[in-house]
Design a protein around this ligand. Structure first.
Ligand SMILES: Nc1ncnc2c1ncn2[C@@H]1O[C@H](COP(=O)(O)OP(=O)(O)O)[C@@H](O)[C@H]1O
Ligand SMILES: [Mg+2]
Length: 295
């Protein structure tokens, strides 16, 4: 494992607390007084129908939006970080929250390896002393650069991308691009990784590999993961804790078993059946799984 994580979370395991988060866009309330906690070394899933506010939660956590109301506290190191008061680049660099996006955002013209080295620019620039001389090859910079390449290689291996290292990221097959996004996020050595629908568009085999990768990140890197996901096989299979949003409000919060037996959740999903954007199998799967535990 890389040395990213060791100090993530409070002594009781709490990594993130979201307190009374509200996000308004003009008259629209995208998130309405939502509170939850996420623990270190756990996968916390955020699920809910389209437009429920899931991505908006990520955008608030990562500084893309400044919340209308609420406190977002991340625990690691000596002092908690108040994310709602920080700018995005500081959240990434200091609070060490990394994310992927619902739509892939890679440097398509760069190689796979370059994408992973660029992700480590913070520590490379620090090692350079922010000078051209540093970049021109003083030993401290060369060491940092070598470390960056080693970490990149580690994540290439973990994501099955080693053989693609020298290809342009933009030319990778779709599933490989999704894995590269996760590798890139991990190269920034986060204490919390936020993944926005990482299984979208994956075939069943790729989806199963993604499950293994996320479990590896939880168990071997020992960081916390926040996972937005529509694929109920992924969510129910690997989550430790699930939060359900609907129309901007939290309607359920518990273990996978608790959530799938919660009538409010079943109602919210069944109500979406006619929504073309939500895969109907999501609702069907939830109902089917609800029956699985029955005698
Ligand atoms: N920048 C924005 N400006 C206006 N409305 C937004 C913005 N971002 C999100 N919304 C609205 O907030 C609601 C929640 O969106 P989103 O968080 O993307 O939902 P989800 O990810 O659960 O599908 C939607 O009604 C969406 O249209
Ligand atoms: Mg979304």
């Amino acid at each position: 494992m890389s040395d990213a994580s060791a100090n993530g979370g409070r002594a009781d395991g709490t990594l993130l607390t979201v307190d009374h988060l509200t996000m308004r866009f003009g008259g629209l309330i995208a998130i309405d007084d939502v509170s939850f906690t996420a623990r270190n070394k756990e996968i916390t899933a955020i699920i809910g129908p389209n437009g429920a506010g899931k991505t908006t939660v990520f955008n608030c956590l990562t500084g893309f939006y400044s919340p209308t109301v609420g406190r977002l506290t991340l625990y690691h190191g000596d002092m908690p970080f108040q994310l709602e008061q920080m700018e995005g680049f500081r959240i990434a660099a200091k609070a060490r929250v990394a994310r992927t996006f619902q739509n892939i955002r890679l440097f398509g013209a760069m190689t796979v390896l370059e994408n992973l080295v660029v992700a480590q620019h913070n520590k490379l620039m620090k090692a350079s002393g922010y000078t051209v001389f540093g970049l021109l090859g003083l030993p401290v910079y060369r060491h940092a650069e070598q470390d960056a390449i080693e970490l990149a290689k580690y994540w290439l291996d973990k994501t099955g991308l080693t053989e693609h290292a020298d290809l342009s990221a933009g030319n990778l097959p779709y599933g490989a691009q999704r894995r590269l996004e996760i590798a890139r996020a991990m190269c920034s050595e986060p204490v919390m990784l936020c993944l926005d629908e990482p299984a979208a568009g994956l075939n069943p085999r790729e989806s199963a590999e993604l499950n293994d990768l996320l479990l590896h990140i939880r168990d071997d890197e020992q960081i916390g993961l926040l996972l937005i996901e529509h694929d109920m096989n992924v969510v129910m299979g690997i989550s430790d804790h699930i939060i359900v949003l609907d129309h901007g409000s939290k309607i359920s919060d518990g273990t996978p078993k608790e959530v799938r037996e919660d009538p409010a959740v079943i109602r919210a999903y069944l109500g979406e059946e006619e929504d073309e954007e939500l895969p109907p199998e999501v609702a069907a799967d939830l109902v089917q799984r609800d029956g699985e535990g029955a005698p």
